[in-house]
Design a protein around this ligand. Structure first.
Ligand code: CO
Length: 150
């Protein structure tokens, strides 16, 4: 495993749309392992593959109990709204408020190729939404309603 460099917000690659994973091959498994180590090293709660320079639809979400790995994740249901205060490893030192769904149901494949479904609310729902946005080139700063100052 290896820690990969986390791209910062001015990097044009972060604005590109990531491609679906068609085959979970050795490269994808290494990517997942490296992303896990990178996320732990950065003390983050979520990470998307484009943040380490790979334009593939792969995210990690730390639920507080475990770090979920999702390949080709999709929000299949959402309800409610919440005022989420969030930050991003690609935009260090910045926090801001974003309107996010209160609850989401997300489907995605795990590393074994099984289609998984997760329900999340509150902060974990925000992490799913935030990371899936990265796969479409969207940063949370695009959606901030108000910045939080320390
Ligand atoms: Co982020």
């Amino acid at each position: 495993m290896a820690i990969r460099t986390i791209l910062q917000e001015n990097e044009p690659l972060l604005r590109k749309k990531s491609r679906e994973v068609l085959e979970i091959d050795a490269k994808i498994l290494t990517l997942l392992d490296d992303m896990k180590e990178t996320l732990a090293g950065a003390e983050g709660v979520g990470l998307a593959a484009p943040q380490v320079g790979i334009l593939r639809r792969v995210i990690l979400v730390d639920t507080g109990k475990e770090v979920l790995e999702l390949i080709n994740p999709k929000i299949v249901r959402q309800s409610g709204t919440q005022d989420s205060c969030e930050g991003c490893l690609s935009v260090p030192g910045v926090r801001g408020h974003v309107a996010r769904p209160k609850k989401v149901t997300v489907q995605g494949y795990n590393r074994d190729g099984d289609l998984m479904e997760y329900e999340a609310q509150d902060f974990v729902a925000t992490i799913f939404s935030h990371e899936i946005d990265h796969l479409d080139g969207i940063l949370f700063t695009d959606k901030v309603t108000k910045y939080e100052r320390d």
